[in-house]
Design a binder for this molecule. Structure first.
Ligand code: CTP
Length: 229
C-alpha cells in the first residue's frame, strides 16, 4: 500500500477532571478505537501523532507513533491545537470530559455526615470547535469527529458535523453493555461534509478502524484530486 503524504493526528481515550488531589470525574472510554486507528495509520500515513488521555493501559501507547500523553481536557485541547497544520488528517476519537469542577479542592474534600455534597461544574473547551479558527486557510487539513449517542444517533451526528465544522463525522450508537464504549463489536455511520452517509460494519473495533481509515483515505484522495483540477 502506498503511503499518503499526510500526517495523521489521533485524539484518543477519556480525560480526567480533578475534584481534589485524589478524586476525578471521567467516563468509560477505553481508548481502543483511537489506538486501533493510530496503529492502522502507521502503514498509510507519513507520520502518526497519538494524543491519549488516561485510557486503559493497553491503549495509551502506539509503537512507531509520536505519543503524547495528556490528562485533562484542557491539556488535550492544547496538544491537539499544537498539531494543526497543512496536510493533516485529525481524527478525534477521544471522549474528553465536557465539564470540570468549578472550584476544585486544593485539599481532599472531607465528608460531612448527613449533608449532600453539591458539585458545581463549568464547561471545558470543545476541542473540535476550538480549532475552527486555526483551520482557516490551511491546505489539506481534514477533520473527523465521532458522535457516540444513545438515541437519535444520525440527527445528533449531523448536528455535530455542522456545529464542529467537520469534514467527516463517524456516528455510533452506544449501549451500556452490548455495543460501543468498551465493547468489541461496533458499526459506524460516516457522514461527510456534503451530507453523504456510508455505513461501515458491524465489525470488531480492530477491523472497523482499518475499514474506517480506508474510507476516509479514499474520500480525502477524491477531494484532493478535485481541488487540484
Ligand atoms: N469533543 C471535543 N471536545 C470536547 C468534547 C468532545 O473535541 N470537549 C469531540 C469528540 O472527540 C468527538 C466529538 O467532539 O469527536 C463529539 O463528541 P461527543 O461526546 O459525542 O459530543 P459532545 O460535543 O461532547 O456533545 P454531547 O456530549 O452533548 O453529545
Amino acid at each position: 500500500m502506498s503511503r499518503l503524504s499526510l500526517r495523521l493526528v489521533i485524539g484518543s481515550g477519556p480525560t480526567r477532571e480533578w475534584l481534589d488531589p485524589v478524586r476525578f470525574l471521567t467516563n468509560a472510554s477505553t481508548g481502543r478505537t483511537g489506538w486501533n486507528l493510530a496503529r492502522h495509520g502507521l502503514s498509510r500515513f507519513e507520520e502518526v501523532i497519538f494524543i491519549s488521555g488516561p485510557a486503559d493501559p493497553r491503549f495509551v501507547h502506539v509503537e512507531g507513533a509520536r505519543n503524547i500523553e495528556v490528562d485533562t481536557t484542557e491539556e488535550m485541547a492544547q496538544a491537539v491545537q499544537a498539531e494543526i497544520a497543512d496536510d493533516t488528517l485529525l481524527i478525534m476519537a477521544a471522549a474528553p470530559a465536557d465539564y470540570t469542577p468549578a472550584e476544585p479542592g486544593a485539599q481532599k474534600i472531607k465528608k460531612e455526615s448527613g449533608s449532600d455534597l453539591l458539585l458545581r461544574l463549568r464547561p471545558t473547551t470543545d476541542i473540535l470547535k476550538s480549532i475552527i479558527p486555526l483551520a482557516r486557510g490551511r491546505r489539506g487539513l481534514f477533520r473527523a469527529g465521532f458522535a457516540a449517542e444513545t438515541i437519535d444517533t444520525e440527527a445528533y451526528a449531523r448536528r455535530k458535523l455542522a456545529e464542529k465544522d467537520l469534514d467527516f463525522i463517524c456516528a455510533n450508537r452506544v449501549y451500556k453493555t452490548t455495543c460501543g464504549f468498551g465493547d468489541n463489536d461496533n458499526s459506524l455511520l460516516v457522514i461527510d461534509r456534503s451530507g453523504n452517509a456510508t455505513m461501515i460494519g458491524p465489525q470488531n473495533k480492530e477491523k472497523l478502524a482499518s475499514l474506517l481509515l480506508d474510507h476516509l483515505v479514499s474520500q480525502i484522495t477524491v477531494t484532493s484530486a478535485r481541488e487540484t483540477l
